[in-house]
Ligand binder design. Structure first.
Ligand code: C2E
Ligand code: CA
Ligand code: CA
Ligand code: CA
Length: 278
């Protein structure tokens, strides 16, 4: 029996070792990727309903790995968080997105605002707000053009993350609550946090055309947003039917494949003419 247990234990330890080894490898490769140009940002339009004019963009990171192919941020952002690499990576993301925004505005292409995702660990890092201020100054981005997207979970615990949110709003940066409705304590947060934008999670948007629970929640969330004077963005809009229904129930901002996929050079930057998307 002792032998069998020992065997199981070794196998279990080997699995953990493999996971730890894989994570360490990915972390080391990510660090190298920051210098080698394998990481890049793509930008997805956020439009006004019903006409589809581009109001803002959200920046999203991509990793084109030489052997593994395109790796999803869902797979490497958590690794960057656990290894602490997110601090450096997050600064690179912010600088890249701000510089792109300023370049677009200078060439007369004007998505009004740029959304940048910030992870929980980054937000809680001492000096985060100071870093943002420095990047804004360096890239000459107008603070009011930047929207920092944070998840409910990142600000749930209070403390440093919440202080950072207040500091950011003090110098004019706007805050969006991402994946709204899927995290902790959604409505309570709205009483205390200086939030400007609610990004309503795509799980509520997906089934908005069906008469079900998700449609009821999507409707309630737009009422909460309107009542509090906040801007609600419907995420993950994939069809014209969804867009029309969202408009009907009161949404005026939307994002999703129906309006444009994330791209290095989005359509609005190739052709300024905005066309109706309905
Ligand atoms: P998120 O912030 O909620 O970003 C929205 C995700 O939905 C993106 O996935 C986007 O490509 C995808 N999406 C947009 N429209 C549609 C649609 O119509 N249908 C569907 N099914 N999906 C749509 P992506 O780019 O793979 O990013 C996944 C997550 O990774 C993001 O979720 C965010 O949490 C994280 N992430 C991405 N880029 C960054 C970054 O620069 N920094 C940080 N900290 N996290 C990032
Ligand atoms: Ca986001
Ligand atoms: Ca989201
Ligand atoms: Ca998400």
């Amino acid at each position: 029996a002792a032998k069998a247990d020992g065997g199981r234990h070794r196998r279990y330890a080997a699995v953990l070792d493999d996971q730890a080894g894989e994570e360490a490898r990915l972390g080391a490769e990510l660090r190298a990727a920051m210098d080698s140009g394998e990481l890049f940002m793509v930008y997805q339009p956020i439009v006004e309903l019903p006409h589809g004019r581009v109001e803002a963009v959200e920046s999203l990171i991509r990793w084109q790995h030489p052997d593994r192919g395109l790796i999803s941020p869902c797979d490497f952002i958590p690794v960057a968080e656990r290894t602490g690499l997110i601090v450096e990576l997050g600064e690179w993301i912010l600088r890249t997105a701000c510089a792109q925004h300023v370049a677009w505005r200078r060439s007369g292409i004007a998505p009004r605002r740029m959304g940048v995702n910030v992870s929980a660990r980054q937000l809680a890092e001492p000096g985060f707000a100071g870093m943002v201020a420095a990047v804004l100054a360096e890239t000459r981005m107008v603070p009011g053009d930047l929207i920092v997207e944070v998840t409910e979970t990142a600000v749930f615990g209070g403390g440093a993350a919440v202080r950072a949110v207040h500091e950011l709003t003090e110098f004019g940066v706007e805050i969006a609550l991402d994946d709204f409705g899927t995290g902790h304590s959604s409505l309570g947060l709205l009483q205390t946090l200086p939030v400007r934008v609610l990004k309503v999670d795509k799980s509520f948007v997906e089934n908005v055309t069906l008469a079900g629970r998700h449609a009821v929640i999507a409707t309630s969330l737009i009422q909460v947003a309107n009542g509090l004077g906040l801007v609600a963005v419907a995420e993950g809009v994939e069809t014209a039917e969804q867009a029309e229904e969202l408009y009907r129930i009161g949404y005026r901002r939307a994002q999703g494949y129906h309006f444009g996929h994330p791209a290095r050079v989005p359509e609005f930057a190739r052709n300024e003419a905005s066309t109706s998307k309905f």
